[in-house]
Design a protein around this ligand. Structure first.
Ligand code: COA
Ligand code: AMP
Length: 637
């Protein structure tokens, strides 16, 4: 007999419209949809066309009216500032309504974009919900990005207003955000008409008269705004993520599909009930923060914890356990890299045992491959199920998971278990044929994608089609490679493009190469991701200098590292580059990045049949060894 997971999964694919129409009953609609799945513009599919709703109404007002007014909606826990503050659903609704009114006063209307560049303070979540309240489209940019990256996003999204803060707080330093924002506006061709700056006591910013507003005064002077009903297919937000070039992709999220799929996932994927406390340690700048710090827990009537700190160093590797125990979280979601950092500082789990974790039921990991030793360590120490699950900025919620809310399946380390209901995952070979169990190929999802996933890219339908749909007609290409085993478990092995994953952050090596190539002394360059014990991967640059360059190689390396930090941001964690004489290439001139990566990581590799000059790989191996990589580099197979 099929289990609950199997039965639900089958139903989700056999009758998609009925399945998602049932899930949509959990949402408050002003007008119900005309069509659950609209395929009139396939392969551009839309969900719940004709439906009208407001997602902020569903996340806040509905709960205030429905008996949760005095329940905590958001708990802000900030070890870096020594602050803890709780907001009930009523308090959160009231502040969000006022901020929405403030946006209105700045001329922001339905469909206008608002860029949010903020640290992990409650006002960041309020700002997102305030945009949603009046039908404006928010675009949150992670604080670890530098001015140039921010400028690219400003030019693409063309925001009417920008909401920011005077500073962010890292373990060792205060990061002034305002100079980064001013620099970005200076660089951008598009100029926002207003900026609102939250002044933090840890570092105040100078405001630009005529453009900048002080958040506190601005909010205090605003009248609360009511929810504006929007079409289910209206964009809720744009979230930029790394593509294969320096031009990031603006992932669009629609309103109705997201409002339906997220609360469904809270119950069925994560096994969390309404009213329970949920903790995601990520950042509102990432998709995990959008979906599982802000929208999903609130849509589901949970209490969500917004944490401003790091897994270690704020003040120690026990901080997550302190937060879970103090606020009674039943589930916790973070990236494997955070666990590697905790394991390094507290290998025997002594800090875990300091806290009462009796309410804590499940740990969820995502954002990068969860390495089995880390998963095992977490299982042994925490004695709760540790669930690896796979998803992407594009998908908005998990593609594969052990859906503990439906039925807990046996865990296979190294696998995020099976496709979540709604996700028809296949493995295809280069000719587009389905691979046999155990055979590696491209991981794809049969169209249409379920509600809540991206309908397109911002102002770039053609780019969406080219990047995701063209290679395997009828399927969404995830750009991850992997396999499905005999039992239907999915294994996600590697990206098929130049994206690397550094401490759970998605970065493009192509974008880093574009920055390095701009250094006047650099003739050619390549960036690869090499294995790193803590961060999973870190970028490593190879530089070929122009003939006659007067600068020393050390100086060029130093400047290159600085350049990436300035142009992309500290989050790129680009710290190492090696100067080499030449780069290994195929006869047609393609740089052999994969081979360089295998050598750097001391993995098995084959001499590529198409290599132009095999001797170069010897030179690269020597340079890598001198720089501390490729310690056990293998000879070619
Ligand atoms: N604003 C400004 N700068 C930021 C920033 C922010 N919001 N977030 C990170 N940075 C900076 C850091 O200060 C650091 O700068 P440095 O080079 O001067 O030290 C750099 O960006 C890299 O940061 P980070 O990746 O956080 O590395 P770290 O060495 O400071 O910490 C970990 C290592 C493992 C503790 C940390 O990466 C971590 O907590 N990872 C979990 C990530 C996560 O939750 N991802 C979400 C996906 S679900
Ligand atoms: P992002 O868009 O930042 O969420 O990054 C998405 C990418 O992270 C995916 O395409 C994968 O390469 C990787 N990823 C996320 N979760 C997992 C996981 N559980 N296992 C393996 N890789 C993952």
């Amino acid at each position: 007999m099929a289990g609950r997971y199997e039965e639900t999964f089958r139903r989700s694919l056999a009758d998609k419209e009925r399945f998602w129409a049932e899930a949509a009953e959990a949402v408050r609609w002003e007008k119900r949809w005309d069509k659950v799945l609209d395929d009139s513009r396939a392969p551009f599919y839309r969900w719940f066309t004709g439906g009208r709703l407001n997602i902020c109404d569903n996340a806040l007002d509905r709960h205030v009216e429905g008996g949760r007014a005095e329940q905590a909606a958001l708990i802000y826990d900030s070890p870096v500032t020594g602050t803890k503050r709780s907001y009930t659903y009523r308090e959160l609704r009231d502040r969000v309504a006022r901020i929405a009114g403030g946006l209105r006063k700045l001329g922001v209307e339905r469909g206008d974009r608002v860029l949010i560049y903020m640290p992990m303070v409650p006002e960041a979540a309020m700002a997102m919900l305030a945009c949603a309240r009046i039908g404006a489209i928010h675009s949150v940019v992670f604080g670890g990005f530098a001015s140039a990256e921010l400028a690219t996003r400003i030019d693409d999204a063309k925001p009417k207003a920008i909401l920011s803060a005077s500073c962010g707080i890292e373990v060792q330093r205060i990061v002034p955000y305002k100079p980064l924002l001013d620099g970005a506006i200076e660089l951008a061709r598009w100029k926002p008409s207003a900026c609102v700056i939250l002044q933090r006591p840890q570092g105040k910013a100078a405001l630009t008269p005529g453009r900048d507003h002080d958040w506190e005064e601005w909010e205090a002077g605003a009248s609360p705004a009511d929810c504006v009903m929007v079409e289910a297919t209206d964009p809720l937000y744009i979230l930029y993520t790394s593509g294969t070039t320096g031009q990031p992709k603006g992932i669009v999220r629609d309103t109705g599909g997201y409002a339906v799929s997220l609360p469904w996932s809270m119950k069925n994927v994560y096994g969390v009930e309404q009213g329970e406390t949920w903790f995601t340690a990520s950042d509102v700048g990432w998709v995990v923060g959008h979906s599982y710090i802000v929208y999903a827990p609130l849509l589901h009537g949970c209490t969500s914890i917004l944490f401003e700190g790091k897994p270690v160093g704020t003040p120690d590797a026990g901080v997550f356990w302190r937060v879970i125990s103090e606020h009674g979280a039943v589930a916790f979601f973070t990236a494997p890299t955070a666990f590697r950092a905790i394991k390094r500082d507290d290998p025997d789990g002594a800090l875990i045992r300091k806290y009462d974790l009796s309410k804590f039921r499940t740990l969820f990991l995502a954002g990068e491959r969860a390495d089995p030793p880390t998963v095992q360590w977490a299982e042994e120490q925490l004695k709760v199920p540790v669930i690896d699950h796979w998803w992407q900025t594009e998908t908005g919620w998990p593609i594969c998971s052990n859906c503990v809310g439906l039925e807990r399946l046996p865990v296979k380390h190294g696998s995020p278990t099976k496709p979540v209901p709604g996700w028809d995952v296949r493995v295809l070979d280069p000719a587009g044929h389905e691979a046999k169990p155990g055979e590696i190929g491209a991981l794809v999802v049969k169209l249409p994608l379920p509600p809540g996933s991206l309908p397109t890219l911002w102002n770039a339908d053609e780019r969406y089609r080219k990047a995701y749909l063209d290679e395997y007609p009828g399927f969404y290409q995830t750009a991850d490679a992997g396999y499905i085993d005999e039992d239907g478990y999915v294994f996600v092995m590697t990206r098929t493009d130049d994206i690397i994953n550094v401490a759970g952050h998605r970065l493009s090596t192509g974008a880093m190469e574009e920055v390095l190539a701009a250094h006047p002394a650099v003739a050619e360059c390549a960036v690869i991701g090499v294995d790193d014990e803590l961060k999973g991967q870190v970028p490593l640059g190879f530089l070929v200098l122009k003939a006659g360059v007067k600068q020393s190689p050390e100086e060029v390396v130093r400047e290159s590292v600085q350049l990436v930090r300035e142009r992309i941001g500290p989050v790129a964690a680009f710290k190492t580059a090696i100067v080499v004489q030449r780069l290994p290439k195929t006869r047609s001139g393609k740089i052999l990045r994969g081979t360089m990566r295998a050598i750097a990581d001391s993995k098995e590799w084959k001499m590529p049949a198409t290599i132009d000059d095999p001797a170069i790989l010897g030179e690269i191996t020597t340079a890598l060894k001198a720089a501390g990589f490729a310690a056990n580099a293998k000879e070619p197979a």
